[in-house]
Design a protein around this ligand. Structure first.
Ligand code: GLC
Length: 575
C-alpha cells in the first residue's frame, strides 16, 4: 500500500534495532553522573496553539509569557518550544526563512527576550528547536542559491543539473507526489527536498554552511537559551553522489537516508563550536537505525549529543490498537541498552502525533481520565528524561475532524491530493487521519469554558476541540482528583524520589499481556510500579506482598485490591 502520511511512514519503517544483552547496571552505582537534563521534566509547547494574546487566532510568545505561572505550577523544569523563527509557515515554522528573527505571528525579538527572562526568573529552562536539515525556500540563502549556478550560495543546497538527466529517485515525506527532487527552470536543475518543496535540504558538506549554522546557534546560546532540539538531523549527512537505491527503499527510508557517515563529524564539530562553550543540553530527533547508532550519538565520551529520541515506541500505536507486550518489550530493551552508558528520552507524544490518551490510552468518557493518569504515571516513572506535550496533562483528546477542510497540516493535505491523484480510497484515508493526523494534537490549549476554550478571542487557526467545555484547566484546577492535579503529584513524586530518575529498571511478570510491572531500585530504595494498560481488570504477579508495601500514588480514589488491578489502574508502591 502507498504510504499515507508522515506518521505512517514512520510506522512502516520501524528501525531494525539490534538486540542487546542485559548488562550490569552502572547508572545506579555510587558514581551517578548527575545532570540537570537527566533530572528534568521537559514540557513541550506548540506556540501556535498554546495561548493567543492578540486575538489573531494564533498563539504567540506574549501568550506563553502570560501562562508562565501555570507552567511553573506543573513542576516542570524546562520548556521545549517548537520553532518560533521567521517562516512562511508551509510547515508551521519547520520551514525557516530567517534563523535570527521571530515569526511575525508569534511576536518580536523583544517579546522573546522578555519571555526568556521571565522563564529564568521562575527557574524554567528553555530549549529551542533547531531546524537545519533544511530551510525554507524563502530563506535568503535559497533565493541566492537558485538565482544562478555560480552564485556563492549555490552549494548551500543540493542541486542536480538537468543535463545529467533525471536524478535517481528520492522519496519525499511531504511532497504531493513523494518526489524529493524539484525541477527549477531558472537554472535548469533539480533541488533536493526530503520534506516539502518549500523545505529544500541544506548541504552540510559545505563548511561555510556549517559555520553559519554554528554561529546562529551561538547567537541563541548567547541570549541564554538552555538547550537545543535538533530537528530531523539524522538526515543531514547524505551520500551526495546520489546513487540509485533499490526498489522499495522508501519503505525503510531511514536506513537509506539517515546517519550518513559524516553525521558524527558534524556533531563533533557542533559540540566543539557550540555545546562545549555553553551550559546547554542537546537532543536529536531520531536515534538512527540501531542501538549502536543511538550510542554513537549520545555516549558522553564521544562529545556529540546528550540525548536522542527514537520512534520505535511512539510508532507502536495504530488505529486498530496495539500490543501491550510489544510496548513492554520496546521500553525494556531500550532501557537495558542504555543501562550502562548513555541516556534516554522517554516520550510517547509530541506535535507530530495525535493525542497521547487517544493513541495509547482510551479517550472514551468512561476511561479517559484513568488512562490519561496511567500514562502519566508511566512516563514519569521510567528511567530517562520525560518529554510531555502541552495539554496531555489535562488528558486532551484527538479532535477527530470529519471534513478535510478542517485539517491544516500540509503533509496531510498533500497526501489527500495524492490519494485523489492515484485514485485511492478517500473514505479510508479520512478514517486514518481522524486517528493519526498530527492536527489532532495541535488544537488550542483548553484553558476554560469561554469561547474557543480561552485560547483565543479571535478565530482559531485550527478548530477547537468541542470537548473543551468539560476538559479544561479551569475545571481541573478545582478538582483535587483531576488529570492536571495528578500530573503535578506525579512530577513531584519523581522530583522527591531520585530512584525514579536514576534507579535500576527491572521488568517483572514480563509475559503479562495487560500489565506493565517494574521496579526501580537505587541505594536500598525500591519502588514497584504497576500499570494496567487495558480497559479490563487484570491480575499481576509481583512476587511480593503489596499489602505490606506503602502506596505512594494511585489513580483511583478508592483503595486498590492487592494484585488485582482495575481498568487502567496505576499504582506506585515503596517496598
Ligand atoms: C520534524 C518535525 C516535524 C516537521 C519535520 C520537517 O519531524 O518534528 O514537525 O514537519 O521535521 O521539519
Amino acid at each position: 500500500m502507498k504510504l499515507l502520511s508522515y506518521f505512517i511512514v514512520f510506522l512502516l519503517t520501524v528501525f531494525g534495532f539490534i538486540s542487546c544483552k542485559s548488562k550490569t547496571d552502572s547508572q545506579t552505582t555510587e558514581q551517578i553522573d548527575r545532570k540537570w537534563w537527566k533530572e528534568a521534566v521537559v514540557y513541550q509547547i506548540y506556540p501556535r496553539s498554546f495561548k493567543d494574546s492578540d486575538g489573531d487566532g494564533i498563539g504567540d510568545l506574549k501568550g506563553i509569557l502570560s501562562k508562565l505561572d501555570y507552567i511553573k505550577s506543573l513542576g516542570v523544569d524546562a520548556v521545549w518550544l517548537n520553532p518560533i523563527y521567521s517562516s512562511p509557515n508551509d510547515d508551521n515554522g519547520y520551514d525557516v526563512s530567517d534563523y535570527r528573527n521571530i515569526m511575525k505571528d508569534f511576536g518580536t525579538m523583544s517579546d522573546f527576550d522578555a519571555l526568556l527572562k521571565a522563564m529564568h526568573e521562575r527557574k524554567i529552562k528553555l530549549v529551542m528547536d533547531i531546524v537545519v536539515n533544511h530551510s525554507s525556500d524563502e530563506h535568503e540563502w535559497f533565493k541566492q542559491s537558485r538565482s544562478s549556478r555560480d552564485n556563492p550560495y549555490r552549494n548551500y543546497y543540493h542541486w542536480w543539473n538537468a543535463e545529467k538527466g533525471k536524478p535517481p529517485y528520492r522519496y519525499s515525506l511531504f511532497d504531493v507526489n513523494h518526489d524529493a527532487w524539484k525541477y527549477d527552470s531558472l537554472t535548469n536543475a533539480y533541488y533536493l527536498h526530503y520534506f516539502s518543496q518549500k523545505q529544500p535540504d541544506l548541504n552540510w558538506e559545505n563548511p561555510k554552511l556549517r559555520q553559519e549554522i554554528y554561529d546562529m546557534m551561538k547567537f541563541w546560546a548567547e541570549k541564554g537559551v538552555d538547550g537545543f532540539r535538533l530537528d530531523a538531523f539524522q538526515f543531514a549527512a547524505k551520500d551526495t553522489t546520489f546513487p540509485a537505491f533499490p526498489k522499495g527503499f522508501e519503505k525503510n527510508f531511514v536506513q537509506y537516508y539517515a546517519m550518513g557517515p559524516n553525521l558524527h563529524t558534524y556533531l563533533k564539530e557542533m559540540h566543539t563550536e557550540v555545546f562545549s562553550k555553553y551550559d546547554v543540553m542537546s537532543v536529536a530527533e531520531g536515534a538512527g537505525n540501531t542501538f549502536q547508532d543511538a550510542h554513537d550519538l549520545v555516549d558522553a565520551d564521544r562529545n556529540e549529543l546528550n540525548m536522542a529520541y527514537a520512534f520505535e515506541a511512539i510508532d507502536i500505536a495504530k488505529p486498530e490498537g496495539y500490543s501491550v507486550l510489544h510496548l513492554k518489550n520496546v521500553f525494556s530493551k531500550w532501557d537495558s541498552a542504555f543501562a550502562e552508558k548513555g541516556w534516554l528520552s522517554v516520550v510517547l507524544a509530541n506535535h507530530d502525533q495525535a493525542r497521547l490518551v487517544s493513541r495509547f490510552g482510551n479517550d472514551q468518557p468512561e476511561f479517559r481520565d484513568l488512562s490519561s493518569k496511567m500514562l502519566t504515571t508511566f512516563l514519569m516513572s521510567m528511567r530517562g528524561t520525560p518529554y510531555y506535550y502541552y495539554g496531555d496533562e489535562l488528558g486532551m483528546t484527538n479532535a477527530g475532524f470529519e471534513k478535510i477542510e478542517d485539517y491544516k497540516d500540509m503533509p496531510t493535505l498533500n497526501e489527500y491530493q495524492n490519494q485523489i491523484n492515484i485514485g485511492g480510497d478517500l473514505k479510508k484515508y479520512m478514517e486514518l487521519i481522524k486517528f493519526s493526523c498530527r492536527d489532532n494534537g495541535r488544537t488550542g490549549m483548553q484553558w476554560d469554558t469561554t469561547a474557543n476554550a480561552g485560547f483565543t478571542t479571535g478565530t482559531p487557526w485550527l478548530k477547537t476541540n468541542k470537548n473543551y467545555v468539560s476538559i479544561n484547566v479551569s475545571a481541573q484546577e478545582k478538582d483535587a482528583n483531576s488529570c492536571l492535579n495528578y500530573f503535578r503529584k506525579m512530577v513531584k513524586l519523581r522530583k522527591d524520589n531520585e530512584v525514579l530518575v536514576y534507579g535500576q529498571f527491572t521488568s517483572i511478570d514480563k509475559n503479562n499481556p495487560a500489565v506493565f510491572a517494574y521496579t526501580r531500585e537505587m541505594k536500598g530504595k525500591k519502588l514497584l510500579v504497576l500499570l494496567n494498560f487495558t480497559n479490563k481488570p487484570a491480575a499481576v504477579n509481583t512476587g511480593v506482598d503489596v499489602n505490606k508495601a506503602t502506596l505512594l500514588i494511585g489513580n483511583y480514589t478508592s483503595a486498590p485490591a492487592a494484585e488485582n488491578l482495575r481498568p487502567y489502574e496505576a499504582l506506585i508502591y515503596e517496598l
